[in-house]
Design a binder for this molecule. Structure first.
Ligand SMILES: Cc1cc2nc3c(=O)[nH]c(=O)nc-3n(C[C@H](O)[C@H](O)[C@H](O)COP(=O)(O)OP(=O)(O)OC[C@H]3O[C@@H](n4cnc5c(N)ncnc54)[C@H](O)[C@@H]3O)c2cc1C
Length: 437
């Protein structure tokens, strides 16, 4: 069997790349094939929190997140199926009340506003308006992105798959790549249990399994895997909101009933009507308050995002410092630590007292993959021609996947890369020590 390009991994990265490549290639003459050992989204992507925020210390990441958010917000109309896109608004607090941290946040907000990102610096009073009942000390500041939100991971992966298939890509779930085949320093194919597949280029988008595949080639890229836990919780307000919600979309609540009403899609769409121009007034969103917008709280070290479809909130740590390393991604300990449960309960209600009556309704353990400089690996390896890496996105891959898909397709098709700065992510910045293969 032959393909022009083989993509290993059916997470959000692999599937976004497949969709972009298939759109621009001839399905008969230069087939694009995606091989996934389980089911599409069965790795990290299917359980992602999918927060689509643009605020970032890196200009490069912020611009990718901005472009990807635009893509996601238009995806439903383009393909005529829902991806559960929901503008919850995202509020990121400054790291502390230290003047240096506040200044840093303000500079980033100012810089990102010039990039066409809909972002505003908010004061403690404005934060309390956005999240009624929040315990916020005077002097706290945050970055508020009214147009940011989240998607449903399963529906989004299905939508990408559908797009890729419609454009002629071959998606083969249930197919494990056992080995990447190399001849004279160039990729020539992949080995699967069903036989070898010849190809010109291989893209490794295998999430936490990427490092293992590369070690088989004698390449040791510094990809660390860590274990990350999150809880699903509900409370009386979330349950009440569910009782009033639209069963299909779960986001049309009782009108203007204070803190328990879900954001009405109409109000948000009106508030966001001018995507390219004047931006959105803060007031519009705070009036139509969801139970709360998505909150990223580096001071207490957690994030919380409402999941209206399931009348619950997802809560996890937002500081990587607490993560424990995973030695083997095939043997992940999926038990939740009691200490984590206690920490969530105490921390969440400290900032958001509405969660004092929170009940746990689910919990998950997943893996994050990160490089030692916290920048993903995207692009060709200098060691083996035709071998491309797309991995190491830590906790922010979902929000970047449309830009990554576009940029990787540009690279593979020999076009100028406009979707991101290739040097920023180049695998060549590391010397992948050769180890016995
Ligand atoms: C708990 C959690 C919350 C997160 N929240 C957010 C968020 O709010 N916002 C955000 O932007 N990002 C978030 N992320 C990060 C984001 O989800 C990831 O960066 C992204 O999903 C990574 O996608 P991927 O395609 O690189 O990897 P994966 O989704 O892991 O996909 C890799 C795929 O490769 C397959 N595979 C592996 N080996 C082989 C092989 N040999 N042959 C064939 N197939 C193979 C696997 O089965 C898997 O399906 C979160 C991550 C976690 C863990």
């Amino acid at each position: 069997m032959k393909a022009r390009i083989v993509i290993i991994g059916g997470g959000v990265m692999g599937i976004s790349i497949a969709a972009q490549l298939a759109r621009q290639t001839d399905a008969l003459k230069e087939p694009i094939m995606l091989l996934e050992r389980g089911s599409v989204g069965g790795g990290t992507s299917g359980r992602s929190s999918t927060i689509l925020r643009q605020f970032n210390e890196s200009r490069c990441i912020a611009s990718m997140a901005r472009d990807s958010l635009r893509f996601y917000s238009r995806f439903e109309d383009k393909i005529g199926r829902s991806i559960g896109f929901l503008r919850t608004g995202v509020l990121t607090l400054a790291k502390s009340q230290d003047p240096a941290d506040i200044e840093q946040l303000e500079e980033l907000v100012a810089m990102q506003a010039t990039m066409g990102i809909d972002i505003t610096r908010v004061s403690a009073r404005e934060i309390r308006n956005l999240i009624p009942g929040a315990e916020v000390e005077a002097g706290t500041v945050g970055a508020w992105e009214c147009s940011a939100g989240c998607v449903d991971s399963t529906r989004t992966l299905e939508a990408f798959s559908c797009l890729a298939r419609n454009k002629g890509a071959i998606l083969r779930p249930g197919t494990t790549v056992e080995k990447i085949l190399v001849k004279a320093g160039r990729v020539c194919g992949v080995r699967t249990a069903e036989g070898d597949i010849q190809c010109e280029d291989v893209v490794v988008a295998a999430g936490p399994w990427t490092r293992g595949l590369l070690l088989g080639l004698g390449l040791d890229y510094p990809l660390n895997i860590t274990r990350t836990e999150h809880l699903h919780v509900t409370n009386s307000s979330l349950k009440e909101a569910e009782a009033h919600s639209d069963p299909e979309f779960g986001m049309h609540g009782p009108e203007s009933s204070g803190a328990t009403s879900w954001i009405s899609r109409d109000i948000l769409d009106a508030a966001l009507a001018d995507e390219a121009g004047e931006g959105t007034k803060l007031g519009s969103c705070s009036e139509a308050s969801v139970l709360h917008p998505t909150l990223i709280d580096p001071q207490l070290g957690f994030y919380a995002r409402c999941d209206p479809l399931h009348a619950r909130a997802r809560v996890g740590r937002c500081s990587a410092g607490q993560a424990t390393p995973v030695a083997d991604p095939d043997h992940l300990d999926e038990r939740i630590d009691d200490e984590f449960r206690d920490w969530v309960r105490a921390t969440l209600s400290r900032r958001l007292p509405a969660y004092e009556d929170a009940e746990e309704v689910g919990a998950e353990v997943r893996m994050c993959t990160e490089t030692k400089d916290s920048r993903a690996l995207i692009g060709p390896t200098p060691e083996i021609k035709g071998l491309y890496l797309v991995s190491g996105f830590s906790g922010c891959g979902f929000k970047l996947a449309p830009s990554v898909g576009e940029g990787v397709a540009q690279m593979l098709l020999g076009q100028p890369v406009s979707a991101f700065e290739p040097e920023y992510f180049a695998p060549a910045r590391f010397s992948a020590l050769r180890v016995p293969g």
